[in-house]
Design a protein around this ligand. Structure first.
Ligand SMILES: NC(=O)c1ccc[n+]([C@@H]2O[C@H](COP(=O)([O-])OP(=O)(O)OC[C@H]3O[C@@H](n4cnc5c(N)ncnc54)[C@H](OP(=O)(O)O)[C@@H]3O)[C@@H](O)[C@H]2O)c1
Length: 221
């Protein structure tokens, strides 16, 4: 664990995933900066985190660029179709930083993937932020899983794919803080598989009428 406190910026913090990540990393050794295009969602969230973790420094921000500038780690908790525009805004302040791609690039009704088979949302984000270390994480867990990261004594697996070892380590610590079982994968190209895995899980859940408290687990001896 790093001795110095790292600052996490969550862009889209007012949404399902952004708020779930914020509430569950708040118990770790982090400072939190929350940004959303709808600022009105943020005061309630910061208040909840303040009450649960009075020692955690959490701040609502009104600008993506400022949020990215102050951060060590930037989490993009927005739909994939918003990421290019945000990347443009934060590009100059995201250099050499860890940027987390959580997106599952699906259409409005979650019927189809919107990326071609030879790429992924994470790889596109890496192209838009060429000087950042993009890591794919948190896309294979649903927002509901954060409140209950253990089912029948088994932690949800949480897959983390990236090219930079230090960035993978940084994200692994966040995943452990949340309470999932981290599984590191040494190449961002596997984000293609991870995004398709979650698209498949969405289809399975709908087909079988499962609840959204669901995820992946590798069983091993
Ligand atoms: N939900 C899940 O269980 C789940 C699981 C794994 C991965 N993901 C991925 O996580 C990402 C977020 O999904 P979600 O379900 O949390 O969506 P969501 O509930 O709609 O949250 C997205 C948040 O981002 C805000 N936002 C949209 N465009 C923005 C912009 N340009 N700048 C700043 N904020 C912006 C939205 O504001 P408005 O409401 O005003 O649009 C909303 O508050 C998606 O990429 C999704 O594929 C979701």
């Amino acid at each position: 664990m790093p001795i110095t406190k790292q600052t996490i910026a969550i862009i889209g913090a007012g949404g399902s995933m952004g708020s779930a990540i914020a509430k569950h990393v708040a118990g770790g050794n982090y400072r939190l900066l929350l940004f959303d295009q709808d600022y009105s969602k943020l005061p309630k969230l910061t208040e909840e985190i303040d009450q649960e973790y009075p020692n955690t420094d959490v701040k609502a921000m009104d600008c993506a660029h400022g949020c990215g500038w102050e951060a060590d780690i930037i989490i993009m908790a927005v739909p994939h179709d918003q990421e290019q525009e945000i990347a443009e805004k934060i590009k100059d302040v995201a250099t050499q930083k860890t940027v987390v791609s959580i997106a599952n690039p699906v259409d409005e009704n979650s019927d189809e993937l919107t990326t071609k088979p030879d790429t992924s949302a994470a790889e596109k984000l890496q192209q838009w932020l060429p000087h950042s270390n993009v890591v794919k994480a948190f896309n294979t867990t649903f927002a509901a899983d954060f409140d209950q990261p253990v089912i029948d004594g088994q932690k949800f697996d949480s897959f983390i794919a990236g090219n930079d070892e230090q960035a993978l380590e940084t994200v692994t610590e966040m995943v452990e803080t949340v309470g999932f079982n981290p599984i590191k994968i040494d190449n961002l190209v596997f984000s293609r598989t991870l995004e398709r895995m979650q698209f498949l899980l969405m289809k399975i859940i709908r087909r079988n009428d499962y609840q959204w408290l669901a995820g992946w687990k590798i069983l091993r001896s």
